[in-house]
Design a protein around this ligand. Structure first.
Ligand SMILES: Cc1ncc(COP(=O)(O)O)c(C=O)c1O
Length: 405
């Protein structure tokens, strides 16, 4: 018998061992377990955890995928996507974002998440710094670490947006090692939307310091109160050169499972990204690419229907949260999240956002994501991509839970 006695920690890559499990998926697992129990009593967990539209993919998009399969459009494609999809992406950036690109400037991948990973891998050498404003979407820091880069965070101001003084300070301290800054507007987890002036200020700083910008705009269509979305790449030719604009069909068209995301950038960047895609994923799923062509080129009515519904839910949830003692909340202008401050409710047993989320799930059967997962422990993230009835029941339970603390 061999003395096979290897320690897994010695065997596996240090990079993978230090990677954090997705807090939203961990929470969903726990909520599933509690739900199994509750179902027997005719009850269920109210889930505000996962950030995914509760709407179905529109019929015209599903039909396009079915047609693609029937026409045997099921083979490998160019690693950066079919020409029809690239044309649709070029038109989208031109018409909706006022950024002019050519086919060779665009890249389609397996969801915005995978596109972001390829971008980061294209730029980052060991020890290179990526600036990530707090609070941040959880995958940014983990993807940078997987590329052996160093995520450096920047604090936020009272609007839950990047604190410009802190950004300048971080740049002063780390100057030559900074490669990238990741911007996300409308923002997950805060719902904050950056104005043109705010983007210009950030853009000026990046231009002065030669910092490339990844602009993650996956929530651009879900904006409320008649506010306008601006793409930082549209603000000047210099900023266009310095920016990689990322988007996806996932949120806009309720297509999270189809896994189509895309980006546009200088063609030399795209060329290098294509090499990574060639050697890893090959190409995004072919029928899903045809579905994405229809999503981008076809009738857009479903987007406005969803936007209006999210706005109604946002209004309701914000009103309810504002009336719960101990909770303070900024009005989110975009995406489908609220990010309330719950720190006034901390006590002997609840010392941070993780304790709060655990107790809320166990006692009140409401699932939220602790703010600590996004870089600030005084908050929780609530996703309102669920029905108004569930939001009402969830808010009733949260209110009771907070009163009893
Ligand atoms: C800010 C942000 N960027 C990117 C993504 C990933 O999108 P996709 O599903 O297209 O990979 C998400 C998903 O939650 C997100 O919240």
């Amino acid at each position: 018998m061999s003395d096979f006695n290897l320690n897994m920690n010695d065997l596996l890559s240090k990079k993978v061992l230090m990677l954090e499990e997705s807090p939203t998926f961990a929470l969903e697992k726990k909520a599933d377990e509690i739900d199994m129990q509750l179902k027997k009593e005719g009850n269920s967990v109210i889930r505000f955890g996962i950030g995914q539209p509760d709407f179905n993919t529109p019929i015209n998009i599903k039909d396009a995928a079915k047609r693609a399969i029937d026409e045997n459009k099921t083979r490998y494609t160019s690693s950066t996507g079919i020409i029809e999809l690239k044309k649709a992406i070029v038109n989208k950036f031109n018409n909706e974002n006022n950024i002019k690109y050519d086919i060779e400037n665009v890249f389609a991948g397996n969801g915005a998440k995978q596109v972001l990973d390829v971008i980061i891998r294209t730029f980052i050498n060991t020890g290179d710094i990526v600036i990530i404003p707090k609070p941040y979407w959880v995958s940014y820091t983990q993807q940078v670490l997987l590329s052996e880069g160093k995520p450096v965070t920047v604090n936020f101001n009272s609007d839950l947006k990047i604190d410009i003084n802190d950004l300048n300070e971080v740049i002063k301290v780390n100057k030559n090692k900074i490669k990238l800054l990741i911007l996300n507007s409308p923002n997950n987890p805060t719902g904050a939307v950056y104005s043109k002036k705010e983007l210009e200020d950030i853009g000026d700083i990046c231009l002065k310091n030669n910092i490339y910008i990844i602009s993650d705009e996956v929530y651009e269509h879900f904006i409320y109160d008649n506010i306008k979305h601006f793409s930082i790449a549209s603000l000047s030719d210099e900023l266009k050169k310095l920016t990689i604009t990322v988007n996806a069909v996932s949120k806009t068209y309720a297509m999270t499972g189809w896994r189509i995301g895309y980006c546009a950038a200088d063609k030399d960047i795209i060329k290098q990204m294509a090499k990574i895609q060639d050697q890893s994923a090959s190409n995004p799923c072919t029928p899903a690419q045809w579905a994405a062509v229809e999503a981008l080129n076809g009738n857009q009515d479903s987007v406005e229907i969803m936007r209006k519904e999210y706005e109604k839910r946002r209004d309701y949830i914000y009103k309810r949260l504002s009336n719960i003692g101990g909770i303070s909340c900024n009005l989110p202008h975009g995406a489908f999240y609220v990010f309330p401050d719950i720190s006034a409710l901390f006590n002997d047993k609840i010392k941070n956002s993780f304790n709060f989320a655990e107790q809320l799930l166990e006692k009140a059967k409401v699932a939220v994501v602790p703010g600590g997962a996004f870089g600030d422990d005084n908050y929780i993230r609530i996703s309102y991509a669920t029905t108004i009835e569930k939001i009402e029941e969830g808010m009733n339970r949260l209110e009771k839970f907070c009163k009893e603390l």
